[in-house]
Write a protein that binds this ligand. Structure first.
Ligand code: GDG
Length: 466
C-alpha cells in the first residue's frame, strides 16, 4: 500500500472524537494518514528570523507530522498577502477586495518553492501526494520540475471563479497551467469544475475528454468530490455533558422564544451583513414575531491582520448594535452576537436547541456548518436549515429552504416560513438531508479522492485511445 503524503498550508493532526476546534478535514486526513503510515507536511504557524528549511518531525494524534517555520516576510506576502488578500477574495467573486501586488505574487512563488524544496527529501517513489487548497497551487509543478513522477493530487476547498474574474490576476495563465501538473484536481461541485474547464479551454487551449483535461501531453482528471462531515464523530456529541449543558443553557435563556442560529468564521464571504439585514427586515415586516424569536450569531474572528476582516468586524458591530438599539425591550435582546469560538460538543448542543439554522454565504466552496446543523437535530423534532444557493452544500442539501442571500425579502420570508413549518414537513426535509450527511461523509470524500489519486479511472470516462 502506498504512503499518503498530505500537504497543506497548516498542519493540524487530530484524533477522532477529540473535542477540539479542529474541523472534519483534520480528522479525516489524520485517519487516512494513520492507515497509510503517511506524513502531513506544512507550515507550523510559527515565525522564524531566517528560513532554514529545517523540518520539525512530530507524532500528533498518531500521525507523523513534518512542519517548517516561515519568515515574517513569507507570512506577510504569501499567507496574509497572496493567499488571503489576492486569491481568497478573487475566488469568492470579490474583485473589489482583491489586492494585486507583485510582492504578494513573489512571496507566493517563493514559499511554494520552499515547500517543494523541503518536502522533496521526504518523498519516496510510490508515495501518493495530496496537496490542499489555494495556498499551494504551484506546488505540483514545483515537484514535477524537481523530477518527481509520483501521483500528485490537488483539492480546492473554495469555489473556482469565473474565467472573466480569473483573468484579473496578472500571472493567471502560468498559475492555472501549473495546476495541470497534477494527476487529479478535486472540486466540491460541478459548478466550480465547469468554471475551471471554461478557463482552461478558453485561455490555455486545453482539451477535455470525459473527466480528463489534456494539455501539453499531460492528462489531469477533474473530479467532483464534495467534502463531507465527520458525521459519526460530530453526532457522538449527543448526550455528552458539554452538549447537554450548552443546549439547556440556550433553551433556558430563550424563555420560550425560538432560536435562529448562525455559526461562521468572521469572513465577508459568509454573507453576515446580508443576514443581519434580512433579520432586521423580518422584525420590521413581521411585528408579530418580535419578542418571540432571537438570533444567536457565533462568529469567531479570523485573519484579523487583514484590513477587509477588520472592516467586516466593525460593520457587524454596528449592524448588531443598530438592530438591538431599535428593537430590544427591557427583557428581550433580538441579536446575541458573540465573537468567540465554542468547543464542538457545545456547538452540537447550540445547533440542537435552535429552530432555524441560517447558512447564507455569498459564495462558499462547500460549507460544513450546514451539514453540522443537520447532523445535530433531533429527527423527531428537527429544526429547519435556511441555506444560500451560493454554497456548494446546496447541491446535496437541496431539501433545505434555499434562498438568495442578496435578497433580504427572500431571506426574511424563508426565516418566517421556517419558524412556522409543520412538524411533518420539517421531518421530511431533515430526513432527506441527514441521509446525505451520513452517507457522503468525510471518509467517503477522502476515500473517493484517494481512489482517484491512486489512478483508478472511472470506467465510463476512460479516455479513448487516440
Ligand atoms: C473552507 C471553505 C469548505 C466555526 N465556528 C466555530 C467552529 N467553527 C467551525 C465550523 C466548521 C468550520 O469551522 C468552518 O467550516 P466551513 O466549511 O463552514 O468554512 P471555512 O472555514 O471557510 O472552510 C468551505 C471547507 O473549507 C472544507 O472544505 O466547506 O467552503 O471555505 O466545522 O463548525 N468550530 C468550533 N467553535 C466555533 O465557534 N469548535
Amino acid at each position: 500500500m502506498s504512503r499518503l503524503i498530505a500537504i497543506s498550508n497548516r498542519v493540524q493532526a487530530a484524533q477522532a472524537g477529540e473535542n477540539s476546534n479542529r474541523g472534519g478535514l483534520a480528522v479525516a486526513l489524520s485517519a487516512a494518514l494513520r492507515t497509510s503510515n503517511g506524513i502531513w507536511f506544512g507550515w507550523s504557524g510559527e515565525q522564524t528570523d531566517e528560513f532554514s528549511g529545517q523540518i520539525t518531525f512530530r507524532r500528533e494524534a498518531g500521525v507523523a507530522t513534518a512542519t517548517i517555520d516561515l519568515e515574517a516576510q513569507d507570512i506577510d506576502e504569501y499567507y496574509n498577502g497572496f493567499a488571503n488578500r489576492t486569491l481568497w477574495p478573487l475566488f469568492h467573486y470579490r474583485l473589489d477586495l482583491t489586492e494585486i501586488a507583485r510582492d504578494f505574487a513573489g512571496g507566493y512563488a517563493r514559499v511554494n518553492a520552499r515547500f517543494a524544496n523541503t518536502v522533496a527529501p521526504l518523498l519516496e517513489p510510490d508515495d501518493l501526494i495530496w496537496v490542499h487548497d489555494y495556498h499551494l497551487m504551484p506546488l505540483g509543478k514545483g515537484l514535477r520540475d524537481r523530477g518527481f513522477a509520483n501521483r500528485l493530487g490537488f483539492f480546492l476547498h473554495t469555489p473556482w471563479p469565473p474565467a472573466s474574474l480569473m483573468v484579473s490576476l496578472p500571472n493567471h495563465r502560468e498559475l492555472v497551467a501549473s495546476l495541470l501538473s497534477y494527476d487529479v484536481i478535486g472540486f466540491h461541485t460541478a459548478e466550480w469544475r465547469d468554471s475551471f474547464i471554461d478557463y482552461i479551454t478558453t485561455h490555455l487551449n486545453a482539451r477535455i475528454e470525459g473527466e480528463f483535461a489534456h494539455l501539453d501531453g499531460r492528462m489531469t482528471r477533474l473530479l467532483i468530490c464534495p467534502i463531507g462531515l465527520d458525521a459519526t464523530e460530530f453526532m457522538s456529541a449527543q448526550g455528552t455533558e458539554a452538549a447537554l449543558q450548552a443546549e439547556q443553557r440556550l433553551i433556558t435563556s430563550a424563555v420560550g422564544r425560538q432560536v435562529i442560529v448562525g455559526v461562521d468564521r468572521l469572513d465577508y464571504s459568509k454573507g453576515l451583513q446580508e443576514r443581519f439585514l434580512a433579520y432586521e427586515q423580518l422584525l420590521n415586516t413581521r411585528p408579530d414575531l418580535r419578542e418571540k424569536v432571537f438570533m444567536l450569531q457565533i462568529a469567531p474572528p479570523s485573519r484579523g491582520d487583514v484590513a477587509s476582516y477588520q472592516q467586516i468586524r466593525a460593520d457587524l458591530n454596528s449592524l448588531s448594535g443598530g438592530i438591538n438599539g431599535e428593537f430590544a425591550s427591557i427583557d428581550w435582546v433580538p441579536v446575541r452576537y458573540v465573537n468567540k469560538g465554542y468547543a464542538r460538543e457545545e456547538l452540537f448542543g447550540i445547533y440542537r436547541a435552535s429552530r432555524v439554522g441560517l447558512v447564507t454565504p455569498l459564495r462558499d466552496g462547500m460549507n460544513l456548518v450546514a451539514k453540522e446543523y443537520v447532523a445535530a437535530q433531533d429527527p423527531q423534532d428537527p429544526g429547519v436549515l435556511v441555506l444560500s444557493r451560493f454554497a456548494g452544500a446546496s447541491v446535496q442539501l437541496n431539501a433545505a429552504l434555499i434562498i438568495n442571500p442578496h435578497s433580504s425579502e427572500d431571506m426574511a420570508d424563508a426565516i418566517a416560513r421556517a419558524l412556522t413549518m409543520p412538524l411533518e414537513e420539517r421531518k421530511e426535509r431533515h430526513a432527506a438531508m441527514l441521509k446525505s450527511v451520513i452517507e457522503e461523509d468525510v471518509r467517503w470524500w477522502s476515500e473517493k479522492f484517494i481512489e482517484a489519486l491512486s489512478g483508478e479511472e472511472p470506467q465510463e470516462s476512460r479516455p479513448k485511445l487516440a
